[in-house]
Design a protein around this ligand. Structure first.
Ligand SMILES: [Mn+2]
Length: 419
């Protein structure tokens, strides 16, 4: 089935819905422009079926190498026109021929977003073990190995045209007494300072925090306070990265986002959803209103600082799942992000500010929920259509039997690198 044919079959229904929503706002064209510019990076580890420590059930036709991962993202981007970036994980996806990989990505309209280092597991042939941490380690040689790895990741990123590094450390402790907290912090800070020195002038480093797991008593970058402390001590190229699944239950993430933006220290975002912990479920599948409140703060905070929504923060998905087709799941995640962004753009900011000034709590809630309860699907679809995408990416994916074709080409029992 051709894309044009798919779009033509849905055009009449789409036009009805689009006319309705266009009549609800005088911002239609401005919103469509912002939606078209907004791109979400797909992580190289989300293209295959994720597993748990209990099992893994491959979908079939999964990408066998970096080239095929880029092909898959190209496919997503062709359909939704909002996935024009990839976030690479090293060493799972070391480009053996960077010029070739860069050209391949450019062909598909994909750029390289933040690079991700990995000092949370030992690689085959690795000299020293990260069992008791990496940058926090009591052994200087192990800290140095972790620093060297991060510098290596920066070099790979430079070759590909990336301009940021995300550092997530699993460092921490599982039992009281295991660590001297201050020593662990100082070691980690010194390591990050060495990595920071290796950053090109136009690069950023994102310090990602996580409350717990795999360490269950303390985490050395455990919350936004600790991340902000590192980022502040490091300097202007260092920022905090918020991963939606990395908080303690019921944390007010929208408030964290608001204050980090106020301080100019919010660097990037990892989207996913969760019910219990770092569940890494499809974006918007569990708590869509929370996602809306977060986007509301993002839009308000970025506008207050005159930031470019599309370019000034790193937007990435960080999810992994066990039961869905990974590509269908990513289409759902990107769609949820675009819908929520569109809703946040619809918030009547003037009315909200007035309600806040008057302590009119009821109106403040009404303003937010008015936007949240607006069906913006036709707005997002129109932006996608104008950019050359599919009116219904998921519908097209199934109608065109994309997974079946991938299985035919790649086989049923393939496993994506890193999984
Ligand atoms: Mn993450």
């Amino acid at each position: 089935m051709e894309l044009e044919q798919h779009n033509a079959s849905l055009q009449a229904a789409h036009q009805r819905a689009f006319s309705y929503i266009s009549g609800e706002t005088d911002q239609t064209e401005a919103i469509l422009k912002k939606l078209a510019a907004f791109q979400v990076a797909i992580p190289s580890w989300a293209l295959g079926t994720g597993g748990t420590r209990f099992g893994r059930f491959p979908a079939g036709g999964e990408p066998r190498n970096l080239e095929e991962k880029i092909e898959d993202i190209g496919l997503l981007h062709k359909l939704n026109q909002s996935s024009g970036a990839i976030s690479l994980h090293i060493p799972w996806d070391i480009p053996s021929n960077p010029a070739h990989i860069k050209a391949l990505a450019a062909e598909q309209g994909i750029r390289f977003d933040a690079m991700n280092s990995n000092t949370f597991q030992d690689q085959p042939g690795q000299a020293l073990s990260y069992k008791f941490g990496s940058l926090q380690h009591v052994n200087k040689a192990i800290r140095q190995q972790a620093i060297d790895h991060n510098i290596e990741v920066i070099k790979h990123g430079i070759e590909l045209g990336s301009d940021s590094l995300t550092v997530w450390l699993s460092d921490g402790s599982c039992f009281p007494g295991q660590l001297n907290f201050r020593q662990a912090f100082q070691n980690t800070l010194e390591g990050l300072q060495e990595i920071y020195k290796a950053l090109p002038d136009n690069w950023k480093v994102f310090v990602e925090y996580k409350a717990f797991e795999p360490n269950f008593y303390s985490t050395t970058v455990g919350d936004w306070g600790q991340s902000l402390l590192y980022a502040s001590k490091l300097g202007p190229k260092a920022y905090t990265l918020v991963d939606l699944g990395h908080h303690l239950p019921n944390a007010n993430i929208e408030q964290i986002v608001s204050l980090l933006l106020m301080e100019g220290k919010l660097g990037g975002f990892h989207f996913n959803d969760s019910k219990y912990g770092d569940d890494d479920l499809t974006v918007g599948s569990i708590k869509p209103y929370q996602l809306f409140l977060i986007f509301n703060e993002l839009v308000e905070g970025m506008d207050a600082r005159g930031m470019n929504h599309a370019k000034d923060l790193g937007w990435m998905i960080d999810a992994s799942h066990n039961v869905k087709d990974p590509l269908e799941d990513l289409l759902q995640s990107v769609e949820a992000i675009m819908l929520t962004y569109a809703q946040a753009l619809l918030v009547d900011r003037k009315k909200l500010a007035e309600a806040q000034m008057n302590n009119d709590v009821v109106t403040a809630q009404e303003v937010l929920q008015q936007a949240f309860r607006t069906d913006v699907r036709a707005l997002v679809a129109e932006a996608r259509l104008r950019a050359g995408g599919a009116l219904n990416p998921l519908g097209y994916f199934r109608a065109a039997k994309v997974r079946e074709q991938l299985i035919k080409k790649r086989g049923l029992k393939t496993v994506a690198t890193g999984l």
